[in-house]
Ligand binder design. Structure first.
Ligand SMILES: Nc1ncnc2c1ncn2[C@@H]1O[C@H](COP(=O)(O)OP(=O)(O)OP(=O)(O)O)[C@@H](O)[C@H]1O
Ligand SMILES: [Mg+2]
Length: 464
């Protein structure tokens, strides 16, 4: 017979879970707080513990640690209504079997319990729980959707190891945020995190950027230069837009991954560096491999663990929490903790398909907050209509004819119910300000206005 211990302060939940899980092969014990739970654990030695994350006097992470100190092979499943990202990552890193979102529990509990008990029976867990101090960074990433919860669990699992990670997903989905989270939760967290955008560095310079060069290696190499691989020894190197990497650099990266060795451009000395590589791409690399544009052997070396970030339109559950997160952050920055969105504005945010993903959502809120006239941003303050019109055209890169743009603006102005001219002035001022990173004099210049004229277009409360 196998035993399950459930720790949860809610009696109803305990009763339900006990009824739901107990069979002639599985015994179920319960405890209402962390201390009792730990006591029952010591005497009963259960195979699986299911614990609420929010417990007193210590939380679920602490319980997990203490349980695994006593029995490194015990299966632990944490659960809570809205799992905080950091807790999910930390729990998986410490070896939790799963972290459940409680909302989904009546359906999810039994399969998870069965698979945890089976794992307990058949597998030996080699991994010792890490003794690192828990990371407390405030949530680095937001996401309540099942897809993002799976991503957080993956981050927790991979952060323990040095395995290469490949992060895929559309632009603006959060690939860099994931790379940074892996680093922050890894044993390399106190070491360098270096991000290189392979698409932003000219092909001729990328090799020297990564590996350094010797004096005189090429025209303009007037002094020896240490590359990123050397700088990053002991740390994490994030190779963004890896699909853009030229073939000869791919070959050198492969050598580092296989042998841990490289040499500077124009140099003979063999150098070594202990670097964990995380790569990201918004391209289909499998296809690039098929077409001979990306080395297959390098692809497999980089793709040891794959984390895919679905586009925001495929995880609409995340729009609301992300919106609230960014609004809070913007409010804090502007010393306006009352800044928020009206319910109608939130609905509008949720109904949009966000082709530019989280980055577009964040930028939209930033723009809206610049010129909103009150603490509550309404649907009218959210400049989505125009984004939608351009985003839905077949080729978004093609410039829109000024007449068509003017027509769309006029439609939007009339629909706003405001005097059209005032609406347009305000809109232009807002866009110019966003384009010039909140620099009012530069925005005024762009519009051909004197700063004083421009400032009149901004609501008095706007802090810029
Ligand atoms: N889950 C998330 N929680 C909080 N912020 C997020 C999340 N995902 C993305 N962001 C924010 O959205 C913006 C875009 O994220 P990021 O730069 O990681 O995207 P990316 O996938 O690397 O995009 P690109 O392919 O264009 O480089 C950043 O400002 C980041 O802070
Ligand atoms: Mg990026």
């Amino acid at each position: 017979m196998q035993h399950v211990l459930i720790i949860d302060p809610e009696t109803d939940f305990l009763e339900w879970a006990q009824r739901h899980l107990a069979t002639d092969r599985v015994g179920v014990a319960t405890a209402a707080n962390a201390d009792d739970g730990l006591k029952v654990f010591s005497s009963l030695k259960p195979d699986l513990v299911i614990s609420e994350f929010h417990l007193k006097p210590v939380n679920g992470i602490e319980v997990l640690k203490r349980l695994r100190q006593q029995d490194p092979q015990v299966m632990v499943v944490l659960a809570t209504a809205f799992p905080p990202t950091n807790a999910v990552i930390e729990a998986m890193k410490l070896g939790a079997f799963d972290f459940l979102r409680k909302e989904a529990l009546p359906y999810d509990l039994r399969p998870v319990v069965e698979s945890a008990l089976k794992t307990r029976e058949t597998a030996r867990i080699e991994e010792k729980p890490s003794s690192d101090a828990p990371v407390d960074l405030g949530d680095v990433m937001i996401g309540q959707s099942p897809a993002m919860q799976a991503v957080f669990k993956m981050i927790g699992r991979v952060s323990r190891s040095d395995a290469a990670v490949m992060i895929t997903g559309e632009s603006g989905c959060g690939k860099e945020v994931v790379a940074r989270a892996i680093q922050r939760f890894s044993p390399r967290s106190s070491r360098a995190f270096v991000a290189i955008n392979c698409a932003a560095i000219p092909e001729s310079l990328l090799e020297s950027e990564l590996f350094g060069h010797e004096k005189g290696a090429f025209t303009g190499a007037t002094a020896q230069r240490v590359g990123r691989f050397e700088q990053c020894d002991g740390g994490t190197l994030f190779l963004d837009e890896i699909g853009e990497m030229p073939m000869h650099v791919q070959t050198k990266i492969l050598r580092v991954l296989q042998e841990g060795e490289f040499s500077r451009v124009g140099g003979n000395e063999t150098l070594r560096s202990d670097v964990r590589i995380i790569a990201a791409t918004n391209r289909n690399l499998e296809k690039e491999v098929d077409e001979g544009k990306f080395r297959e052997d390098l692809f497999y070396r980089l793709n040891v663990v794959r984390i895919h970030l679905p586009p925001l339109r495929e995880r609409p559950d995340d729009i609301r929490p992300l919106t609230q997160f960014f609004i809070q952050r913007i409010g804090k920055k502007k010393h306006n903790p009352r800044l928020r969105l009206s319910e109608e504005a939130l609905d509008l945010m949720e109904s949009y398909n966000w082709p530019g993903n989280v980055r577009e959502l964040e930028n939209t809120l930033q723009r809206a907050s610049v010129l909103a006239s009150t603490d509550v941003l309404t649907a009218r303050d959210i400049p989505l209509g125009i984004g939608k019109a351009t985003a839905s055209t077949d080729s978004p890169d093609e410039p829109i004819a000024p007449e068509a743009a003017a027509r769309a603006l006029l439609d939007a102005a009339i629909a706003s119910g405001e005097p059209a001219w005032a609406f347009l002035e305000r809109l232009l001022a807002r866009e110019a300000l966003a384009l010039h990173s909140d620099n009012a004099p530069a925005a005024a210049r762009a519009l051909g206005l004197k700063p004083a004229q421009f400032l009149k277009l901004l609501p008095a409360q706007a802090s810029i």
